[in-house]
Design a protein. Structure first.
Length: 390
């Protein structure tokens, strides 16, 4: 009997997830449309929908125009019924947002870090949770959890920061520490995987099951979604796109290797290469200004960086055949020529036929956008396992 009940609960959970994700992608559907799209029985649809409406997760909306008889009622997700908090953890501060279940930002806060030890960081996270709840007036009961995005090697399954070069952390069980202090679900992941979660749920990749996200800034990172799921690799740390080799035996990288893509094409490396020849330039903005003035060295280095990333992306396309590549990060501020070189050399080096339907897009994200991505870690878990349902 217990086994039958467990099986019934599993089927119900799968059906909930199926309906919620259809409503997330389509916006509004009638019960009949849900039945046709899922192949579920009318009784199953009725039962799950009644449950979701009872929880306030789904609501009925304006009926469709009728050609006669009783008009069908549309169903839509009530995104305001639940909330998530996302924290973008950085070297000197954290940016946090509270979003509804549709990842729409309702409030944000920036808090400088007074120290970098794990417990102090957890205390800061607890502080911003309270601030955001006060700002929005939301009850704690509506919170689905806290998502944390940060650079470094992250074990998503155990909620452990394996290594953070910026915070100098090694094997810190940060998710467990947050859960124990706040009594809320906490999910941690690499910040680029958080970015990918937001793109999959509500962004450029909402109707895409195979896509690759690249972020260019101080470092170069990536997130890979295959068959609608984030790919993390054997040890859970896949995505070190910035450390593919672009120049064997080349420039030394922060990781200790030579010739990494990041050593040539990140913001920091670009400026360092330029200052070796133009030491008077103090910032990347100064280098970009020189580019726009037609200064040959700045032009050559920025175009070279775009070319290197384009060739590396072509290798990703040849190997994995994604439908979409999304490029984001602070590097978006670089000149258009950078991206022209990137796309030109990507398409030039892709195996014939693989770039015909390949879509390439850029996303302009600030720190709040990254925090929204972190909130999407919670929402991703929510939609994968049904919205707030135990």
């Amino acid at each position: 009997m217990r086994s039958q009940k467990a099986n019934a609960n599993t089927v119900r959970s799968v059906n909930r997830t199926l309906l919620l994700n259809l409503l997330r992608r389509e916006g509004s559907l009638s019960r009949v449309q849900l039945k046709d799209l899922t192949g579920l029985s009318g009784a199953a649809i009725t039962g799950v929908v009644a449950e979701l409406i009872g929880e306030g997760v789904v609501m009925e909306t304006t009926p469709l125009p009728s050609s006669g008889g009783r008009p069908p009622v549309l169903l839509t997700i009530n995104y305001k019924s639940r909330a998530a908090i996302g924290v973008k953890l950085m070297e000197r501060e954290l940016t946090a947002v509270l979003t509804d279940a549709g990842a729409n930002i309702e409030a944000s806060v920036v808090l400088p870090l007074s120290a970098y030890d794990p417990q102090t960081v957890v205390d800061h996270i607890a502080q911003v949770v309270e601030v955001l709840l006060q700002k929005t007036g939301r009850p704690r009961s509506e919170l689905l959890g806290v998502g944390i995005g940060m650079a470094g090697l992250i074990d998503h399954e155990t909620g452990t920061c394996i290594n953070s070069p910026y915070l100098k952390w090694n094997h810190v069980p940060i998710a467990r520490m947050v859960e124990e202090q706040l009594s809320l679900q906490a999910i941690i992941d690499n910040d680029v995987n958080a970015f990918a979660a937001a793109e999959r749920l509500f962004g450029e990749a909402i109707n895409c099951n195979h896509f690759f996200v690249v972020t260019v800034g101080r470092g170069i990172g990536s997130g890979l979604v295959l068959s609608g799921q984030t790919y993390r690799g054997f040890s859970g740390t896949a995505g070190e796109f910035g450390h593919v080799t672009t120049e064997p035996g080349g420039r030394i990288c922060e990781c200790g290797k030579r010739g990494c893509l990041e050593a040539y094409a990140s913001d920091v490396s670009l400026l360092a290469r330029y200052r070796e020849l133009k030491p008077e330039v103090q910032s990347l903005e100064g280098m970009v200004e020189a580019f726009h003035e037609g200064e040959p060295i700045a032009m050559a280095l920025i175009e070279d960086a775009g070319k290197r990333i384009g060739v590396a992306l072509a290798n990703v396309v040849n190997l994995l055949n994604p439908q979409l590549i999304v490029i984001g990060g602070e590097g978006i501020r670089l000149p258009g020529r950078y991206f022209e070189q990137m796309e030109q050399h990507l398409r030039l080096n892709v195996y014939p036929g693989l770039n015909v339907d390949l879509d390439i897009r850029t996303e302009h994200w600030g720190d709040e956008g990254w925090a929204r991505g972190a909130a999407s870690l919670v929402l991703q878990s929510t939609f994968d396992f049904s919205l707030g349902h135990s």
